[in-house]
Design a protein around this ligand. Structure first.
Ligand SMILES: Cc1cc2nc3c(=O)[nH]c(=O)nc-3n(C[C@H](O)[C@H](O)[C@H](O)COP(=O)(O)O)c2cc1C
Ligand code: SF4
Ligand code: SF4
Length: 252
C-alpha cells in the first residue's frame, strides 16, 4: 500500500483503487488508457485476488499496462510470465514490470529468510525502494516499453499454482489463543471480510488471501498460524497508519 500510495503521488493525475473494493462486482472495466497493477509478490507471483482481478477486468480501452510489485527477497519471481499469460486472451501486452525489494511479512518461510526487520533496516529498504520507484515513475510517465521475456518454463510454476488453488482454505491453520479479548480488530484489518466474531472469538471463513494482516495487527498478539508463528515476531508497517489499513477493509 505504501509503494502504491507513493507511486500515485509521483504520477500525479492518477487514481488508486483497492482491488478488494472491486473484486465482487459482476463486471470490472478500466476506463483509463494507462492502467497499472501494484501488489506484493505471494508465493513467487500474484496474490490470488490479483490473479482473479486481472482475469476479470475488461481492458479494451487500455493502451499502456504496467506492474510494480514489492517482495521480501527472492529475485527470480514468476510475476511477468503470469501477467503476460493473463493479458494474452485480452490481446494486451505488458509494457513494463518492476520489482522492489522491501521486506517480508510471510509467516511460513524460515525466520532466517523472513525475519521481522529492525526499524533501521526497514527505513533503509523503504528509502532505497522509493528511490527506485522514482525512476520507475519516470519510465511510466514517458510510456516507455521494456522487452519482457515470456518464460513459460519457470521452475516455481507448480508451487505457485498449488498456492493459488489452496490459499482460500489456508486459514484452517489460524486460531486465537487465550490472550484474545474479543476486541474485533482482526475483523477490521481483513481486506476481504474473511473473519467473523463468534462468542467473542474470531472464526475464519475460508476465503482467505493469506495477507497475514489479522495476525500481524492483533493488539494482543493472540493469533497464531499453526505452530509457525508461536515464536515469530509480528510486523507492522512503519509508515502506514492503522486507519489507512482499515479503510481498505470490506467490513466497515
Ligand atoms: C503469503 C505470502 C507469500 C509471500 N511470498 C513471497 C515470495 O514468494 N517472494 C518474496 O520475495 N516475497 C514474498 N512474500 C513477501 C511479500 O512480498 C512482502 O511481505 C510484501 O511485498 C511487503 O509489502 P507490504 O508491506 O505492502 O505487504 C510473501 C508474503 C506473504 C504474506
Ligand atoms: S484482534 Fe486479536 S484480540 Fe482482538 S478479537 Fe481478534 S484475535 Fe482477539
Ligand atoms: S486478514 Fe487474515 S483472514 Fe483476512 S485475508 Fe488476510 S490472512 Fe486471511
Amino acid at each position: 500500500m505504501y509503494i502504491a500510495k507513493k507511486l500515485k503521488q509521483m504520477l500525479e493525475d492518477c487514481e488508486l483503487i483497492p482491488i478488494a473494493s472491486l473484486i465482487n462486482q459482476d463486471s470490472i472495466s478500466a476506463t483509463s488508457e494507462k492502467v497499472g497493477f501494484v501488489f506484493p509478490v505471494y508465493s513467487w507471483s500474484l496474490p490470488k485476488i490479483v490473479y482473479d482481478f486481472i482475469e476479470k477486468i475488461d481492458l479494451s480501452n487500455t493502451k499502456y499496462i504496467f506492474a510494480v510489485t514489492t517482495m521480501g527477497g527472492f529475485s527470480k519471481q514468476y510475476v511477468a510470465p503470469v501477467l503476460i499469460k493473463l493479458l494474452k486472451p485480452k490481446s494486451k501486452e505488458l509494457d513494463v514490470a518492476y520489482n522492489i525489494r522491501i521486506f517480508s511479512n510471510n509467516i511460513w518461510g524460515s525466520k532466517r529468510i523472513n525475519p521481522v526487520p529492525s526499524k533501521e533496516k526497514a527505513d533503509k529498504r523503504i528509502k532505497n525502494g522509493v528511490l527506485k520507484l522514482e525512476k520507475i515513475a519516470e519510465i511510466i510517465r514517458n510510456n516507455q516499453k521494456d522487452k519482457i521475456k515470456e518464460n513459460s518454463k519457470y521452475p516455481m510454476k507448480n508451487s505457485y499454482f498449488s498456492f493459488i488453488n489452496e490459499v482460500n482454505t489456508m486459514d484452517e491453520k489460524y486460531y486465537s489463543d487465550e490472550n484474545c479479548n474479543g476486541c474485533g480488530m482482526c475483523i477490521k484489518m481483513c481486506p476481504v471480510g474473511n473473519i467473523r466474531l463468534v462468542d467473542e472469538k474470531p472464526e475464519w471463513q475460508h476465503k482467505c488471501q493469506m495477507c497475514t494482516m489479522c495476525l500481524h495487527y492483533c493488539p494482543q498478539k493472540a493469533i497464531q498460524w499453526g505452530e509457525y508463528t508461536l515464536d515469530r515476531g509480528r510486523y507492522n508497517h512503519p509508515y502506514i497508519k492503522l486507519k489507512e489499513l482499515m479503510e481498505q477493509s470490506l467490513v466497515k
